[in-house]
Design a protein around this ligand. Structure first.
Ligand code: DOR
Length: 448
């Protein structure tokens, strides 16, 4: 593999932007300097006018393998992720069979080593009855332990109070929770069903999967973590009301001291309740997309450091499934291909700076999950990099969508914050703006 020299890059990293050249050899960044004299044998790429960011590390995706491969596969969805500047992903256990044993984890890692286009990590799924298996889990065998404290896609609800206590007590690594109080949701479903029958309008999802349901469950997770001193990461926060549960970490140093962190997802930041009118059940997801007031509170929380990480919760379903009535339309939407452009679009609109986006999608994820040598543009680190052309706008059309499910919630949108011109994974060009290339990928390593 020839060394690659990127010249004239505007490197956005660790809160600063600097014009630099970046030299990559044997997969790693070996030198960052204002001017690096090129050698003949190097592959020199001039990225003048473009931004160079560390690749996004997406801590929450559903790639549907094994068992749900009509919706997506590790290959199809990680390929789309590469096109969107996501260089590493951490994948959820609600597949068929679910990833609730160490053996199932091993098999997922093996599968990914054969087919993934990006670096990978997998969650161990906690259930009401696998606590003994959880106790055997080693700290670096999984990126984290996923607990569905609210029922969602897959049948993985953990609602036994004693089991929850034990999970929080014994988890050998970070616990990541889906927080929605299922009894509250069930009660709301019955009430809304008596009003509308099966054809509940899509926007009512915001009221059925309610603010109250989120707050009750997140409160329980936070109090369990405080009691057991658990490293807790509350996934996809959607309400202003839950934000008071979390401390602000205005710097990465402060983030590293936190026992409890919070995440927001791209769709909850980009869309709000008014978008159900055009997207219908395509926007149905758990937790639900809520109103503009909650959306704006999430924006502020990202900027204030109350929300530590931005992820996608990429969750593909077929349109034929989404077209069903309220109770039978599955929750979740595909996002990885356009997550970074969507965030950059919001940046162009003044919601977040590019520096904040880089911190939340890359640096903070690396710190929180204790990832080795990724998440920053630093000498010695793996060269997981994204070149953004900030002068280009992307009109998202169905034709370019790479997901197996064949649709995107951004279709018809003009994302004006820049396009992903190139993605490098472990120092190789995995996406050149036109084509995806198979490059050597590896499991994310954790320093725990
Ligand atoms: O909307 C969602 N879809 N939320 C989840 O928690 C699961 C996901 C899926 O797997 O479809």
């Amino acid at each position: 593999m020839k060394p690659i020299l990127l010249i004239n890059a505007l490197v956005i990293n660790e809160g600063t932007r600097r014009l630099s050249d970046v030299l990559i050899e044997r997969g790693r960044i070996v030198k960052i300097a204002s001017l690096i004299a090129a050698r003949q044998e190097w592959h020199v790429i001039d990225v003048k006018g473009k931004w160079l960011l560390p690749g996004m590390i997406d801590d929450q995706v559903h790639f549907r393998e094994p068992g749900l491969t009509h919706k997506g596969t590790i290959a199809s969805e990680s390929r789309a992720a590469i096109m969107g500047g996501i260089t590493s992903f951490m994948e959820m256990p609600n597949v068929t069979p679910p990833t609730t044993t160490r053996q199932a984890l091993v098999e997922k890692y093996q599968r990914a080593s054969q087919v993934s286009y990006a670096n990978y990590g997998f969650y161990f799924g906690a259930t009401n009855d696998n606590i003994e298996e959880l106790k055997r889990l080693l700290p670096s065998e999984a990126c984290g332990v996923k607990v569905f404290m609210g029922a969602s896609t897959g049948n993985m609800l953990v609602d036994n109070e004693q089991v929850l206590e034990n999970i929080f007590l014994h988890a050998p690594c970070l616990v990541a929770t889906h927080c929605e109080h299922t009894p509250t949701i069930k009660r709301n479903e019955t009430q809304w069903h008596s009003r509308y029958g099966d054809n509940i309008p899509p926007e009512e999802h915001a009221h059925i999967r309610s603010v109250e349901a989120c707050l009750l469950s997140s409160t329980q997770a936070v109090s369990l973590a405080k009691k057991h001193r658990t490293r807790l990461h509350v996934l996809h926060i959607t309400t202003a009301d839950e934000l008071a549960l979390f401390d602000a970490a205005p710097t990465l140093e402060a983030l590293c001291r936190k026992m409890i962190t919070a995440e927001a997802c791209v769709h909850h930041l980009f869309f709000n309740q008014s978008d159900y009118a055009t997207l219908g059940h395509r926007l149905k997801c758990n937790p639900s997309v809520k109103n503009r007031t909650h959306q704006e509170a999430l924006w502020k929380a990202v900027n204030d450091g109350v929300i530590d990480i931005i992820a996608t919760d990429h969750a593909p379903h077929l349109l034929s499934e989404k077209d069903r009535d309220y109770f039978r339309a599955p929750s979740g939407l595909p996002l990885v291909q356009h997550a970074l452009p969507a965030l950059l679009h919001m940046s162009r609109a003044g919601v977040f700076t590019p520096e904040v986006i880089v911190t939340k999608t890359s640096h903070a994820v690396a710190e929180r999950f204790q990832i080795k040598d990724r998440g920053y543009i630093r000498e010695g680190y793996w060269a997981d990099l994204v070149v953004i052309d900030p002068s280009k706008q992307g009109e998202i059309s169905g034709g370019e969508v790479a997901y197996r499910c064949g649709w995107s919630p951004f279709e018809g949108q003009r994302l004006s914050g820049g396009t992903v011109d190139m993605t490098l994974v472990n120092g190789e060009i995995a996406w050149d703006g036109t084509r995806v290339h198979e490059v050597a990928v590896m499991p994310i390593e954790f320093e725990r």
